[in-house]
Design a protein around this ligand. Structure first.
Ligand code: AMP
Length: 400
């Protein structure tokens, strides 16, 4: 599988990109445009083996951000004209139940991405803007949408159905979809490779712990249960999101505090989670505060790890035989304390961490469980952009 793909990921005020050589499994260049639409913007562009270049200038909109990125390619390389680009891949957060796989983009797809904004109002509109801007910049290339939800299209009905009036699902799309699909796909495959087992015979609990966090039970390469639901709010405790919560809280706060549903929704997404409990959503800072005797930070970490442990127990029950638990994401890959606390006391379920292996910081995928642990515990760096680029190349190869 070969090809060079420009992967684009548009956020509300940012544009991330990565030029991926799929055959080599490597990024050739990557960058981030920040503060898009604000008075002062910044573009940081890096190429493999080079120093990052930083340009500070206003980036009025996503078209301006992409134009600045293309200039950075020209200035600092590698030259996109000579890169042999085969496609542009776009991250789209919500595919609803319309998209269960990556899809080649045409006007109908862009319209569908916009229509699905009812389910992801913060993400899908800006994803659509990114697609339109890039289609204008690269009119001769195929563009492919890769959906965060698509990997979870295999969720069985008993896992994706909420126990609510069925017309809510039929008419308003109220069901569980799951997110972080590219990461869960990449990590579950890499976990099977690390174990030396065929993916189709490997059962893994993937714990993607970053600023956003989700757990997925992957049976033979298929997502069978996942912690995020209709939106990325459900499940684990996150940087700024509450995760699981009694839905009655929304009506209660409306009655007793006069908060509108929109206000509660905003608070649950943007000012809850670790930020609410510890005062910061950066786990490194949480550890510093705990070392200084901050009890709120200690409680926040306990709440975070307890929630992860609960999901691990639940997903062992969902999978039956489990071969591995794979930690990924900024926290999962780097935070040995979180890994140990999340799995503490699970020895009777066949999970035995090796303290020394867990404490070592090393790049690449590795095993951190004790020899003979019935369930292997792995650290697997995620690479969502490589996964998106691979899926894009696969789609185009299948279509040609
Ligand atoms: P992500 O969203 O996957 O990029 O993860 C971002 C989060 O990872 C940050 O907010 C930090 O809390 C956490 N993180 C990154 N590096 C470390 C580290 N060395 N130790 C603990 N947490 C880290």
């Amino acid at each position: 599988m070969t090809g060079r793909v420009l992967v684009v990921n548009c956020g509300s005020s940012s544009l991330k990109y990565r030029l991926v050589d799929v055959g080599a499994g490597q990024a050739l260049a990557w960058g981030l445009a920040e503060r898009v639409g604000q008075p002062s913007g910044r573009l940081t562009h890096s190429r493999a083996g080079g120093e990052p270049s930083v340009v500070e200038r206003p980036l009025p909109d996503h078209a301006g951000a992409l134009a600045a990125a293309l200039e950075a390619f020209e200035h600092s390389g590698p030259s996109l004209a000579d890169a042999g680009l085969t496609a542009v891949a776009h991250r789209v957060v919500h595919g609803g139940d319309r998209f269960s796989a990556p899809v080649r983009i045409d006007d109908d797809v862009v319209r569908a991405v916009r229509e699905l904004a009812t389910l992801a109002p913060l993400h899908n509109p800006v994803n659509a803007v990114g697609i339109e801007v890039a289609r204008r910049a690269f009119p001769g290339l195929p563009h492919v949408a890769v959906f965060d939800t698509a990997f979870h299209a295999t969720l069985p009905p008993h896992a994706h159905t909420y126990a609510v009036p069925p017309q809510w699902a039929r008419e308003h799309g109220v069901r569980r979809y799951g997110f972080h699909g590219a990461s869960h796909a990449h990590v579950s495959r890499a976990a099977a490779e690390l174990l030396g087992r065929p993916l189709s015979e490997t059962n893994t609990v993937v714990l993607h712990l970053g600023n956003g966090a989700s757990a997925t039970a992957v049976a033979g390469g298929r997502s069978v249960e996942t912690s995020m639901g209709m939106t990325p709010l459900e499940g684990l405790v996150m940087g700024t999101r509450s995760g699981d919560l009694d839905p009655a809280v929304v009506a209660h706060l409306h009655r007793v505090a006069g908060l509108s549903p929109a206000e509660v929704d905003r608070a649950l997404n943007s000012s809850s989670g670790m930020l609410a409990l510890a005062g910061t959503n950066d786990l490194r800072e949480v550890h510093r505060r705990i070392a200084d005797g901050d009890e709120a930070a200690a409680l926040a970490l306990d709440v975070f790890c307890h929630r992860v442990r609960k999901y691990v127990g639940a997903y062992l029950a969902v999978l039956g035989r489990t071969d591995a638990i794979a930690f990924t994401g900024g926290i999962g890959e780097n935070d040995a304390v979180v890994r140990a606390a999340s799995l503490a006391g699970l020895e009777t379920l066949g999970i035995r961490l090796d303290e020394e292996r867990n404490a070592v910081r090393a790049p690449g995928g590795r095993r951190v469980s004790a020899d003979g642990s019935p369930v292997a515990v792995l650290v697997v760096p995620t690479d969502e952009e490589l996964e998106m680029a691979r899926q894009t190349v696969d789609l185009l190869a299948a279509g040609s």
